[in-house]
Write a protein that binds this ligand. Structure first.
Ligand code: IMP
Ligand code: MG
Length: 181
């Protein structure tokens, strides 16, 4: 059980800032892919809000896939092991693939996924887009091709991101003082 209440959560990135930046990134992707078809892979559960909002502003033909990975049990630290809860994907050979993730922290999840796609398919292109980039805690040499916001070493919640399963429904990205976690 979490002892954090919504009132303890401070806004780090507001709903307006999120939506404005997502529109800007979507425009960059529209310019990149033009009218080429793209397969958008949403990494559940955390990237669900971001992926759903992003695709509304994309103008190329696209398909959506949803896979589920986990690396955090409960709590605020990566276990260091990526668990592929559900990674069934269609044939991605020859496709433009855009992976959409909530946050790159240690980078282990991103590395696992890029290796998995690289080993199983010859895609036309593979790009990694993350809503948040927490560079300070990186343990791999992974860099997202695109990200919306850089954050420092805070455990964040909201807009898909959770603490023990809670707070995914907030419309903003927030954080609680470390003493409460
Ligand atoms: P990584 O494998 O360490 O890069 O972590 C990636 C996953 O850990 C993300 O997809 C999130 O689900 C989770 N995660 C990392 N940092 C945070 C955070 O600050 N808040 C909530 N979830 C996080
Ligand atoms: Mg995630």
């Amino acid at each position: 059980m979490s002892n954090i209440k919504i009132a303890d959560i401070k806004v780090l990135i507001s709903e307006e800032e999120l939506q404005a930046r997502i529109k800007t990134i979507a425009n960059e992707l529209n310019n990149l892919y033009k009218s080429e078809e793209v397969c958008v892979i949403c990494v559940l559960k955390g990237a669900v809000m971001f992926a759903v909002d992003l695709v509304k502003y994309l103008s190329m033909p696209l398909t959506m896939e949803f896979i589920r990975l986990s690396s955090y049990g409960s709590g605020t630290q990566s276990t260091g092991k990526v668990n592929a809860v559900d990674i069934k994907l269609p044939d991605l050979n020859g496709k433009n693939v855009l992976i959409v993730e909530d946050i790159v922290d240690t980078g282990l999840t991103a590395k696992f996924l890029l290796d998995f796609i690289g080993c199983n398919f010859h895609t036309k292109s593979t790009k990694f887009l993350s809503l948040l980039d927490k560079k300070i805690t990186r343990k791999t040499d992974i860099k997202p091709d695109y990200y919306c916001f850089d954050i420092d070493d805070k455990f964040v919640v909201g807009y898909g991101l959770d603490y023990n399963g809670l707070f995914r429904n907030l419309r903003y990205i927030g954080y609680a003082d470390k003493s409460l976690l």
